[in-house]
Write a protein that binds this ligand. Structure first.
Ligand code: BES
Ligand code: MN
Ligand code: ZN
Length: 517
């Protein structure tokens, strides 16, 4: 069901000699995918000879204009067979004249889209032809980035909720793409790097698939209890050690703020802890915390009806913690990483929290709940206090926290909030590497003014101006004992409209961050 990735190593994968070209063409496979620049087509002469002049012919017809992402498919002919070419097809993909990571992604997306619209089941991806001509683009990190990203792109195209979760439609949905195997073709020199990177990329895809599935599941299935069971099932098949705290234990810990959100719902809250102990026993862990509101009605401060179904995605922060922990354990990362998920529903009822209620958080700080729809921060603040016990090296929380973040950054960047310059640097870099980007927003003291309450230590909202910033400022008051960053993924975790669905973000960002720490 999921696409397999593998690596094939030849001593030489340039087409400089007839011998090298013959070795490549002697490989069996549905399709060899080759990147080219129009100015460098002459370097494919040995290949063209083996292909009976197919490249030259396409060129003279004007089919090889070299534009970024332009695809030209050459099919096996009798003359290919005579020269012992076993490949059934060669897909030539124009690289254009730019070579940034975003340009590579555009080219790779176009090539894989071309493949997915065909009956091709297995492809050979010629790694060397896609690394740019500039030295920097042939560095180990550039190759690693591109291969991780290629897997991410393949995984995104292959993901179909209706195929993975077929139980929701009475008639089977259209079959998924035939593509089953992507083999990276590389030379001896780069083999180790390519193998390691594609392994990372494959784990990333597994993690993102889990994140997308959890996000897309309907909220009557994906409840806090369901998430707890998902974590327990993960632990049975992996290195993860999972602990789930129920309502009684949450109460005993004094998480009055988390419980204030949960109490309007008939379904009980859960507090999930997933540990991956891949590092030394005395090494401080990196902790990721995800908002797990399995449905956000707004509570008594009820949301308007339009698109309210999309509030099933209000657990996408939690889902990204699940996906990242899954990938981390598949990779057996040599680090200690802990995933923490407070999860409940935000519902209106006779037992729900009212606007004006004052609640006491686990930290002891009191909060006047002026709007029950600002619930994410109320469950996260207690989770942040809880994770102090791990003496974390760093804490990153991930949340679909504010509609205001969509107004500020749209659906392009996730919002990044942190006063720790090195965390900002590392997270921004991981975002660039995976094209799962962030944009930093402020946390200045001046914004804290907006959280003043006449009746409690603070209010849970700061009014309409800078809504994402005041939400982050609220959280920062519970994150003073460790290095901390907050990611607001309200605009990036899912897509609306005809292509409605979870994106799997920010798993690429988080995994790249953890891998490169
Ligand atoms: N889950 C929402 C934020 C959200 C809204 C994300 C729409 C994505 C799309 C969050 O719990 C919320 O309701 N926030 C309020 C805060 C306000 C009451 C201060 C918001 O953004 O309107
Ligand atoms: Mn809300
Ligand atoms: Zn919410």
């Amino acid at each position: 069901m999921t696409i397999q990735f593998s690596t094939k190593v030849l001593s030489e994968i340039d087409f400089k000699s007839l011998k090298a070209a013959t070795a490549i063409c002697g490989l069996s496979g549905d399709c060899l995918i080759l990147g080219y620049r129009q100015s460098e087509l002459n370097q494919l002469q040995a290949l063209d000879d083996l292909l009976g002049g197919a490249i030259g012919q396409a060129r003279s017809l004007g089919d090889l204009d070299g534009k970024a992402g332009a695809c030209t498919l050459l099919r096996s002919t009798n003359s290919w067979a005579l020269s012992k070419v076993r490949l059934k097809r060669v897909l030539l993909v124009g690289l254009g004249d730019k070579e940034s990571l975003a340009d590579f992604a555009k080219v790779a997306r176009s090539a894989m889209k071309h493949i997915s619209a065909s009956p091709i089941e297995s492809v050979l991806w010629h790694v060397g032809s896609f690394t740019g001509k500039h030295k920097t683009n042939q560095s180990p990190t550039a190759i690693q980035e591109r291969i991780r990203l290629l897997a991410q792109i393949v995984g995104d195209q292959a993901y179909h909720f209706g195929v993975r979760q077929a139980q929701f439609k009475t008639k089977p949905v259209a079959k998924s793409d035939p593509l089953k195997l992507v083999t990276l073709l590389t030379n001896t020199k780069q083999a180790a790097l390519v193998k390691a990177s594609v392994h990372e990329g494959a784990a990333l895809v597994e993690g993102m698939n889990l994140t997308k599935d959890l996000g897309n599941l309907p909220p009557n299935i994906c409840t806090p209890t369901f998430l707890a069971h998902t974590a327990q099932n993960l632990s049975k098949k992996s290195s993860l050690r999972v602990q789930v705290l129920g309502e009684k234990q949450i109460e005993a810990l004094g998480m009055g703020s988390f419980l204030a959100v949960a109490k309007g719902s008939d379904t009980p809250p859960q507090f999930i802890i997933m540990r991956h102990d891949g590092g030394r026993a005395d090494e401080d862990p990196i902790v990721i915390v995800g908002k797990g509101i399995t449905f956000d009605t707004g509570g008594i401060s009820l949301k308007p009806g339009e698109a309210m179904d999309e509030m099933k995605y209000d657990m996408c922060g939690a889902a990204s913690v699940f996906g990242t922990m899954h990938a981390v354990s598949l990779l057996n990362l040599k680090k200690n990483v802990i995933g923490v998920v407070p999860t409940c529903e935000n519902m209106p009822s006779g037992r729900a929290t009212r606007p004006g209620d004052i609640v006491k958080s686990m930290s002891g700080q009191t909060i006047e709940v002026l709007n029950t729809d600002a619930e994410g921060r109320l469950i996260l603040c207690d989770a942040l206090t809880y994770v102090e016990r791990f003496k974390p090296k760093a804490v990153i929380d991930v949340a679909t926290l504010t509609g205001a973040c969509i107004i500020a950054l749209g659906h392009v960047h996730s919002g990044l909030f942190s006063d720790d310059e090195s965390l900002v640097k590392d997270l921004s870099k991981a975002g660039h590497q995976s094209l799962d980007t962030v944009w930093r927003l402020p946390l200045d003291a001046a914004y804290h003014e907006q959280l003043k309450s006449n009746f409690a230590d603070m209010a849970n909202i700061g009014g309409r101006p800078a809504g994402s910033v005041t939400a982050a400022c609220f959280l920062s008051r519970f994150a003073e004992k460790f290095r901390w960053a907050h990611l607001d993924i309200a605009g990036t975790a899912w897509k609306s409209g005809a292509a409605k669905g979870a994106t799997g973000r920010p798993v690429p960002l988080l995994l790249n961050f953890l891998l490169d720490q």
